[in-house]
Design a protein around this ligand. Structure first.
Ligand SMILES: CC(C)(COP(=O)(O)OP(=O)(O)OC[C@H]1O[C@@H](n2cnc3c(N)ncnc32)[C@H](O)[C@@H]1OP(=O)(O)O)[C@@H](O)C(=O)NCCC(=O)NCCS
Length: 180
């Protein structure tokens, strides 16, 4: 198998079971206790901004984006990102992140946030969020709270507690450009 055999597609509801299996395999039961999981519990992920990698018709990797707010700022939360063990280290994870960031840019999103390893995501355009700028609903190592700014100034607008956009729906906010 090479990267050329892998097809990258927007996620479809038919992929849900396989994605759940991949995430269970990658993160185990501990995933339910994570801060990012708690945020994602607040509402649905953005299916049109979530992608799978397929080998033949089998899902071998997945990345999801969810809409978030923090203070006056809006953005997207990236995760989970997971690749089946047999498919690791072939560029699939990086390609999925690239595709997700491009899709985020296309809809006019200003910033994508995640909790993850800086040595991996740093090469993909993510930097540490300044200490104290954001609060998460569960403890997070501040060195792992990262953001990729797609529009200058968008990260600075994110302040305080990060929550799913669906939980802040009562607040009048204009939709992101291109959003349904
Ligand atoms: C992390 C993960 C998504 C990477 O996907 P992948 O397709 O295997 O990675 P890629 O092929 O895109 O990149 C491989 C490179 O990243 C490096 N890398 C992988 N995980 C890394 C990590 N956690 N920290 C730093 N570097 C990492 C590899 O050593 C390799 O380096 P090289 O190119 O110099 O050889 C995958 O290993 C995985 O699913 N892990 C379990 C779940 C997880 O940790 N998800 C991310 C948490 S948000």
């Amino acid at each position: 198998m090479s990267l050329a055999d892998i097809v990258f597609l927007p996620e479809d509801p038919a992929h849900d079971h396989e994605i759940e299996d991949i995430n269970a395999e990658a993160f185990g039961p501990g995933r339910f206790a994570k801060a990012a999981y708690k945020i994602r519990e607040g509402g649905p992920h953005e299916r049109s901004l979530s992608f799978v990698a397929l080998d033949q018709d089998k899902v071998v990797a997945s990345v999801r984006l969810s809409r978030i707010v923090a203070g006056e700022g809006r953005g997207l939360l990236l995760g989970p990102l997971a690749v089946r063990p047999a498919y690791k280290n072939q560029g699939i994870g990086k390609k999925l992140v690239h595709i997700a960031l491009e899709a985020a840019r296309d809809i006019g999103a200003g910033v994508v946030v995640l909790v993850g390893d800086e040595p991996y995501y740093g090469a993909l355009g993510f930097k540490r969020v300044p200490n104290g700028q954001l609060a998460m609903p569960r403890p997070v190592d501040p060195n792992r709270l990262l953001a990729a700014e797609l529009k200058e100034g968008a990260l600075a607008e994110l302040q305080g507690m990060v929550m799913h956009e669906a939980l802040a729906g009562q607040r009048a906010k204009p939709p992101l450009a291109g959003a349904a």
